[in-house]
Design a protein around this ligand. Structure first.
Ligand code: SAM
Ligand code: SF4
Length: 333
C-alpha cells in the first residue's frame, strides 16, 4: 500500500465540475468537502470551502476523500495514478494559488436514454444554463472543456449548437474538447456537422458501454441499440483521437460480463497506449431514488467475489495489452 501523504491529487487544483446550481472541484460522490452553491464558476473556484479542501490535500491528510475515488484507490493499491504527483517532484508553492484549467459541464440532464442506473423517466434540462456557462468559459480561459457529466451531450441542443458554431478565436486558450457520451447519437453525420475548429479540438471521448451483449445492453440502457453502438464505435475508432476512454458501471444486470467487456475494448482499439478503461461502482446518491436503486441496480453482496476476480484478471491482462484500467472496485473499499 502506498502512503498518500507523499502525493498530491492535482484534480482540485486544475478542475471544476459545473452543475446547474453549484460548482464542485472533484466528483461529489468521492469526497465530503461539499460544493459551492449559486455562484459563478470563478468565485466558487476561489472560495474558502475549496481552499480548505485543497489544504487537506496539501497537508496530506485527505480527510474529505474516500477510496470510492478510482484515482485515489488506484494510487493506494497500484502505487501510481495519472492525476497524482509526488511531493518531492514539485514545488508546493505552485499549488497555493491554482488556476482553473479544466471544466466539466454537468448542467443539463437532457438525454436520449433512460438507463436503469440513472433515470426513472426521461429528463429535460435548461439549455439557457449551458449557454450561460459556455459564455463564462470564454472569459475564464480554460484549456479543456468536457461535455457532459449529467446528460447526453449529443442530445442537448445547446451543446450541439456550440460544437457546430465553435470558433477557436472565442476560446483562445482551449486545447481540448472531451465528449462523454453513450455513443448512440455519435454518428459520422453528427461528427461531420461540427465546425472544423471543434473537430480539431475534440481530442478525446469517453463512451460509456456498461454491457458486453445486446441483451444486457438493451435491458439496462433503455432506448439504446447495441448495433448502433457498435457501428458508432467503429466510426469513432477511425478518427484516431488522442485518447479513448470506455467505461462500465457495475450493477446487478451486467456484473457477469466484465471479462467480455474488456475483450470488446481490446478488439476495438488500435492505439493501445491511449486507451483507458474505467470500471466503477454505481451509486444511488444523485441519480435515481433509493428504492429503484435497490430493486434494479444494487449488486448483491454475494456477487462481489465474482467481480473482484474478473477485475483481477482484467488488470493482469491490461498490463500486457498496454490498456490502462482504472477502477474504484477493490477489496480495500
Ligand atoms: C450520467 S452519464 C452522462 C454522459 C452520457 N450520457 C453517458 O451515459 O455516458 C455519465 C456516466 O455516469 C454513469 N452512470 C450512470 N448511472 C450511474 C450511477 N447510478 N452511478 C454511477 N455512475 C453512473 C454512466 O454510465 C456514464 O458513464
Ligand atoms: S447514464 Fe447517460 S445515457 Fe444513461 S440515462 Fe444517464 S445520462 Fe442518459
Amino acid at each position: 500500500m502506498v502512503n498518500k501523504e507523499n502525493y498530491i491529487c492535482t484534480q482540485p487544483f486544475t478542475y471544476a465540475a459545473v452543475f446547474s446550481n453549484y460548482v464542485d472541484i472533484c466528483c461529489d460522490m468521492w469526497h465530503t468537502a461539499g460544493h459551492v452553491e449559486n455562484s459563478n464558476v470563478e468565485d466558487a473556484w476561489h472560495s474558502l470551502k475549496f481552499q480548505e479542501f485543497r489544504n487537506s490535500i496539501l497537508d496530506g491528510n485527505y480527510k474529505y476523500c474516500s477510496l470510492r475515488c478510482p484515482h485515489l484507490n488506484t494510487l493506494v493499491t497500484k502505487g501510481e495514478s495519472w492525476c497524482f504527483v509526488k511531493k518531492e517532484d514539485i514545488n508546493l508553492e505552485d499549488f497555493r494559488n491554482p488556476t482553473l484549467k479544466h471544466v466539466k459541464l454537468c448542467d443539463n440532464e437532457t438525454c436520449n436514454l433512460r438507463c436503469l442506473t440513472c433515470r426513472t423517466d426521461f429528463k429535460k434540462g435548461n439549455a439557457y444554463t449551458t449557454l450561460k456557462h459556455l459564455e463564462e468559459l470564454k472569459k475564464l480561459g480554460v484549456e479543456r472543456v468536457d461535455v457532459m457529466g449529467s446528460g447526453e451531450p449529443l442530445a442537448i441542443s445547446s451543446v450541439k449548437h456550440w460544437l457546430r458554431s465553435f470558433n477557436c478565436s472565442d476560446y483562445p486558450k482551449l486545447k481540448q474538447i472531451h465528449i462523454h457520451s453513450n455513443g448512440q447519437l455519435f454518428t459520422r453525420e453528427m461528427y461531420e456537422s461540427f465546425s472544423e475548429d471543434a473537430k480539431r479540438l475534440i481530442k478525446s471521448v469517453e463512451i460509456s458501454i456498461d454491457a458486453a451483449s445486446k441483451e444486457t445492453y438493451e435491458k439496462i440502457r433503455r432506448g439504446g441499440s447495441w448495433e448502433k453502438l457498435m457501428t458508432n464505435l467503429n466510426f469513432l475508432m477511425n478518427l484516431n483521437l488522442k485518447e479513448y476512454h470506455f467505461s462500465y458501471v457495475v450493477q446487478k444486470e451486467n456484473y457477469q460480463e466484465l471479462d467480455q467487456f474488456y475483450e470488446i475494448v481490446k478488439n476495438l482499439v488500435q492505439v493501445l497506449e491511449s486507451t483507458f478503461t474505467s470500471i466503477r461502482y454505481t451509486y444511488a446518491d444523485c441519480w435515481i431514488n433509493e428504492e429503484d436503486y435497490n430493486r434494479q441496480v444494487k449488486l448483491p453482496e454475494e456477487c462481489y467475489e465474482n467481480v473482484y476476480s474478473q477485475i483481477e484478471s482484467i488488470l493482469k491482462k491490461s498490463c500486457q495489452d498496454k490498456i490502462t484500467v482504472y477502477t474504484n472496485i477493490s477489496k480495500n473499499e
